[in-house]
Write a protein that binds this ligand. Sequence first.
Ligand code: NAD
Length: 421
Amino acid sequence: MGSESGNAYHIAQQQFDLAAEWLQLPEAQRAVLREPQRELTVRFPVKLDHGGVRLFTGYRVQHSLARGPAKGGIRYHPAVDLDEVRALAMWMTWKCALMNLPYGGAKGGVVVDPAQLSSDELERLTRRFTSEVSLLIGPERDIPAPDVNTSAQTMAWMMDTISMQRGHTVNAIVTGKPVAVGGSLGRSDATGRGVWLMAREWARRTGRALGECRVAVQGFGNVGGGAARLLAASGCRMVGIADVSGGYRCRTGLDIATMQAYAASAPHRTLAGYIQPDIERCSAAEILETPCDILIPAALEHQLTDANADRISAAVIIEGANGPTTPEADRALAARGVTVIPDILANAGGVIVSYFEWVQGLQSFFWSEAEVNQRLEQIMVAAGETVYNLAIARGITWRLAAYLIAVRRVADALAIRGIYP
Ligand code: NAD
C-alpha cells in the first residue's frame, strides 16, 4: 500500500532483519523467514445486482507454517495489494509465536471498496473468493478471520460456502463467526479488550490512574471502537476519535456510547455528519497529534512516520492496528521517550480468542464469556510482562523485545523440524 517508503512489506522485512541480526540467525533461516512460504493470487467474476459482471482480485498469503496451521484475517479494501498482504501475514507469524499459539501466520484480502457494493453483491463476492482460496484454507491448514471491512457475517458466508462444498458443516474453518454458528463468546470484543488490558498494565507500571488518562483513537471499527468503549468505561477522558470520515475532538471528553450508536445506524457505519456543539473537527491524520496520554492507532498501516513523530504528545502508543508505525518513527519516538506497545503484542487479543474459538469448535464444547475473558487476560498480561522485562533488561524498545522472543520461537521450530526432504 502507498509509496515505496510506505511499503508495508519492506517495513516488515526491516523489522525482521533487525531481530535476525540481534539473534544472529543463520543465513538459511533468515532467507526462509524473510519471505512468505506460499502466495495465491486469484481473479474472479462477480454478478452485479443490475446486470453485468465485475472482475475482482484477491490474495491469500501464508508466511510460515513452522509452528502450526496458518492463521490470519481477510481484508476488503481498495488499497489491498500483494505486498500489504505479505506484510500482514508476516506480522501474524510473529504475533502467534509471541502469544505461544500453535499457529503460523497468514493473511488475505480482496481489492474492493465494500461501500460501493450491496449486501447481496458482497455475499456473492465473499462466496466466490472463499471458493477460490479453498485450495489453501481448512481447519488444520489455514484458518481465516475478520479484518478491515469484514465482519462476523463475512465469516458466516465463508463457513457456509466451504460447508456446502464439503457436504457437512465445517465450523472450525474460520473464526470470528457469529455465536449462533459456532463463534466464541467474547470474540467480537477481544482485540479491543486486549488493547485495553495493555493500557491498564501500562498505567499500573508507570504509576498512573487509568481513569485519569486522556485517550485519542484513530479508527472506530472493531478494534478502535471496542478499545474506546472499554477505556471510556474505565473513566478515561476520550479526547479524540477518528474514522474514515475524519477526526472528532473534545477537550472535555467525547460520549463514546452515543458515537457508537450513531455510527452503527449511519449508512456505511461511519461518523460522517456527527455534529455536537463542543466537538472540533480535524482530519483523521491530525487526530494522532491530539494532546493526550494514550494514543491508539487502530485503522491502517503507515500512520506514524518521520513526518509526524515529533508532533505526537502521547506518553504511550498502543498499536491496535497492524503496522501503523514506520521504523523511522519508531526511532524518533524512542529517542523522545515515548513507549510504543507494538502491534504483535497490543492487538493479539483477537487471534487469542480466535484460537479459543477454533479449539471450542474442534471440541464442540463451548466456554462461558467469563472463562474466555479470563484466559485472554492471563495470556496477554503474561506476554506483556515478558516483553517489558526483556525490553528493560536489554535497554531496547518493546517492539524489538517482542520480535526477539517471537522470531526466536519460529526459528527454533524451523531448526527442530529440519529441512524436508
Ligand atoms: P474495521 O473495518 O472494523 O474498522 C476500521 C476503522 O478504521 C473504521 O472505523 C474506518 O472508518 C477507519 N478507517 C479506515 N480508513 C481510515 C483512515 N484513513 N483514517 C482513519 N480511520 C480510518 O477494522 P478493524 O478490524 O477494527 O481493524 C483495524 C486495524 O486493526 C487493522 O490494522 C487490522 O489489521 C487490525 N487488527 C484487527 C483485528 C480484529 O480482530 N478485527 C485484530 C488485530 C488487528
